[in-house]
Design a protein around this ligand. Structure first.
Ligand code: IPE
Ligand code: IPE
Ligand code: MG
Ligand code: MG
Ligand code: MG
Length: 327
């Protein structure tokens, strides 16, 4: 029967080959994401052990602020930013031990940003990293101070990093300050985010909010890995541009997870963005288009890795992991 209609048969074969190649693409993407998960599993204990050394013990006065810092810092974050710094540094030949202090500084800045982001006057969240938020546990004043303390600890951590020469320390401090602050960094992005609540934003504005509030720190993490490794200006620029796209991708997937995931998986309360009328990708585009934009942003990120000659497989896999993440 099938031979009676050869064009139908050809079509059927083509469809079969197409769905097989789709399945292959999906399984390749999953394999890639798995490589990133292993890398995060390698980086996390290294980062955590160094953070324990760098942060004052809970027994040291003022006990309350040190307890609050540790409450938020050791609650089980993904450690994406320090892992990215390690991966970028490794890609250009640096070993973990000279990258670790700077990597921890990025995690300190990130955790400070989360503590302040959750405050009643900001996003007013009560759950973070699977536990009550810092201000719920310790009160608002101590949470503000814990965030401030993490910020100054981060800069001190880099300034006093004896594995780096003076020039590299200054470059990393400068990248960190620009990425955390204003007008081009996270703080500016948080202002834009709050100002965009309850009003409609253009596609361009939304992208700018996300690039500032989340993208800048992620970009700088990779950039500093390259700086510490002594990468060329060309390679540092390429890896930074990759990570700027990765940062946008990270916030698009954060927006999507707020709509699609659960409290158990996220360790934070889903559905908050819609309730606060936040400017997000699913709100502006709908879930399907937001997903397509995430895929496109992932491809754009990886395209910048093609310009680098040293091995960038882990960086590529981190982009896949961020695209496919469920938490
Ligand atoms: C949450 O960051 C805040 C955003 C920038 C979207 P993460 O999703 O990296 O949070 P942790 O560090 O894993 O808790
Ligand atoms: C956070 O964006 C960006 C930061 C600078 C912390 P969100 O407000 O969406 O992060 P979550 O969802 O609370 O983690
Ligand atoms: Mg926020
Ligand atoms: Mg928030
Ligand atoms: Mg969010």
């Amino acid at each position: 029967m099938e031979n009676l209609n050869p064009s139908l048969e050809t079509m059927r074969k083509k469809m079969k080959a197409f769905s097989k190649s789709l399945a292959n693409d999906e399984s390749r993407a999953e394999d890639d994401a798995e490589a990133a998960r292993s890398f995060l599993a390698h980086a996390t204990p290294l980062v955590d052990a160094r953070l324990h050394e760098l942060v004052p013990p809970e027994t040291r006065e003022p006990v309350l602020v040190h307890s609050a810092i540790r409450w938020s810092l050791f609650a089980g974050g993904k450690r994406l930013r320090p892992a990215l710094l390690l991966a970028a540094g490794n890609a250009f030949g640096a070993k973990d031990d000279i990258l670790l202090r700077a990597a921890c500084a990025f995690e300190m800045i990130h955790t400070y940003s989360l503590i302040h982001d959750d405050l009643p006057s900001m996003d007013d969240d009560s759950l973070r990293r699977g536990r009550p938020t810092c201000h719920v546990q310790f009160g608002e004043a101590i949470a503000i101070l814990a965030g401030d303390a993490l910020q100054t600890l981060a800069f001190g951590t880099v300034a006093e990093d004896e594995s780096l020469n003076a020039e590299k320390r200054v470059r990393v401090v400068s990248e960190l300050a620009r990425a955390a602050g204003t007008p081009d960094g996270m703080l500016a992005g948080q202002c834009f985010d709050l100002a965009a609540e309850s009003r409609s934003v253009s596609a361009q504005e939304l992208e700018a909010i996300h690039r500032h509030k989340t993208g800048a720190i992620i970009r700088a993490s990779a950039c500093c890995g390259a700086i510490i490794a002594g990468a060329s200006a060309h390679d540092t620029e390429s890896v930074s541009t990759y990570a700027a796209h990765l940062g946008l991708l990270f916030q698009i997937t954060d927006d999507l997870l707020d709509v699609t995931s659960s409290i158990e998986r996220l360790g934070k309360t889903p559905g908050k963005d819609a309730r606060s009328q936040k400017a997000t990708y699913p709100a502006l585009y709908g879930i399907e288009t937001a997903r397509s934009l995430a895929e496109r942003t992932c491809e754009e990120a990886c395209a910048h890795l093609d310009r680098i000659e040293t091995p960038t497989q882990i960086l590529r896999s981190i982009a896949r992991f961020v695209l496919l993440r469920t938490a």
